[in-house]
Design a protein. Structure first.
Length: 273
């Protein structure tokens, strides 16, 4: 029997888009963890943000941060002794970095603003209190969101022309910009959810042999994740609409965010002996 491995986005997928609550999915996550099924968070969220969620839901598995910029493994302090294998993967210690430092990205954004006369703000330009006011997070959570190691979040709405201009300017510096559920994220061109997912799938194949992988997401930046797995599930956004994603074989789930997540995963668990 193939080993099930689950990759999931967080905002608007595992947790509610507006309230950031995981109440809808917590019991299902607990069942996944109890059965020893790897559950990999793959999100634009930072390591600091994911640490809080992983601890709250007791998720012991590797996790992918900042839109595929890096893969981290549980530390000696927060993993069971039986999971010592997480110390090294592909001969490298955690993390495996696919992106570039946030300081490099912020310097590039400053240069682009000056050269092209663009006006926009990122998390690095704001205080934790200002980020909290924009996002609806409490100030402590906003501070964790600002602890970006490999990317920058742009909070200013961008007109299509401005976005196109910014994409071109960033590409010249080997950076890319992707759209999430609420904001835009700038990261190194080597960072990619799909590439990070593929690295972990390869590891799990070495670990378990035969594996079947599923992925869940709701936004454009989840497209690489959904394309990298055996079975991709696109959840509805608030209002019952789907993000326009053109990936062959991705199943559109007729349920919003965490409700859809629970239905998909519970359906998969019924197939696991």
């Amino acid at each position: 029997m193939a080993q099930l491995v689950i990759f999931t986005d967080i905002d608007g997928t595992l947790i509610d888009f507006e309230s950031y609550s995981y109440a809808e999915t917590a019991a299902t996550v607990a069942a996944v963890v109890q059965q020893g099924i790897p559950l990999i968070l793959c999100s634009s969220k930072t390591r600091a943000e994911q640490a809080v969620l992983r601890q709250a839901l007791a998720i012991p598995d590797p996790f992918i941060v900042e839109n595929g910029s890096a893969i981290f493994w549980p530390t000696n302090d927060d993993r069971p002794a039986t999971n010592a294998r997480w110390s090294f993967v592909d001969g490298r210690s955690s993390p495996i970095e696919l992106g570039v430092p946030a300081a490099t990205i912020r310097a590039a954004l400053t240069a682009v603003r000056q050269e092209h006369g663009l006006s926009f703000q990122g998390y690095g330009d704001l205080t934790a209190a200002e980020v909290a006011a924009i996002t609806g997070l409490d100030e402590a959570a906003a501070a964790r969101a600002r602890q970006r190691e490999y990317s920058e979040t742009i909070v200013t709405p961008l007109a299509s022309e401005t976005l196109a201009q910014l994409e071109t300017a960033l590409a010249a510096q080997e950076l890319t910009i992707v759209s999430g559920g609420k904001f835009h994220t700038v990261m190194g061109s080597g960072a990619d959810k799909g590439k990070a997912v593929a690295r972990l799938i390869n590891f799990y194949r070495q670990e378990y042999g035969d594996v079947v992988t599923i992925g869940l997401g709701d936004s454009a930046n989840d497209a690489p994740l959904l394309a990298a797995v055996d079975h991709g599930y696109l959840l509805q956004k608030p209002g019952g609409v789907w993000q326009e994603i053109d990936i062959e074989g991705v199943e559109r789930v007729a349920a919003v965010g965490p409700v859809g997540w629970r239905l998909v995963v519970e359906g998969r668990l019924k197939k696991v002996p």
